[in-house]
Design a protein around this ligand. Structure first.
Ligand SMILES: [Zn+2]
Ligand SMILES: [Zn+2]
Ligand SMILES: [Zn+2]
Length: 160
């Protein structure tokens, strides 16, 4: 007869639902940590020794290159969509709504300076920055056309 698994977390000692455990976490009916305890544990570790935590993450990424690429692409996409939504999902100049055309733009054309000051490298760094800083007003959404025109001519032809 199969033994019934009681999903009790061996860390917080609470009986939880099966879905509150990571897959494989309840192997052979052994009590393991629930998801909440696992994430609390990692949070603690991170606080204790941030450098070691970062090294671990790096090691994991090196070992799981393909997987980590997919994961980071997914998280980039997620953040991008979040940002687009927070900034109104359309070009502030012409109202273009095609998500693929939209870019984050520095309102005062100080993008280079701003990126340097805040150590923002690469395409998605700005998106993470915006999220971290609660969607600052010095950024706005522009479509590729308006963005390019603004960069080239100082202002978009839509505005003249
Ligand atoms: Zn627990
Ligand atoms: Zn536009
Ligand atoms: Zn425009």
């Amino acid at each position: 007869m199969k033994e019934k698994i009681i999903p009790r977390c061996s860390r917080c000692k609470k009986v939880k639902r099966i879905v509150d455990f990571h897959k494989g976490g309840l192997k052979n009916g052994r009590n393991c940590w629930c998801k909440k305890c696992v994430s609390l544990f990692y949070q603690l570790k991170r606080k204790e020794d941030p450098q070691k935590f970062r090294d671990r993450q790096k090691q994991w990424r090196m070992k799981n290159l393909e997987k980590s690429k997919i994961l980071s692409r997914r998280s980039q996409q997620k953040v991008r969509l979040l940002i687009l939504k927070a900034y109104g999902n359309k070009c502030v100049c012409c109202g273009e709504r095609e998500e693929k055309f939209l870019h984050l733009d520095h309102v005062n054309n100080d993008g280079v300076k701003h990126r340097k000051k805040n150590n923002l490298h690469g395409g998605s760094a700005l998106y993470y920055y915006a999220k971290r800083n609660n969607y600052p007003k010095n950024l706005q959404l522009l479509c590729a056309n308006c963005n390019l025109a603004k960069g080239h001519y100082g202002k978009c032809p839509h505005k003249s």
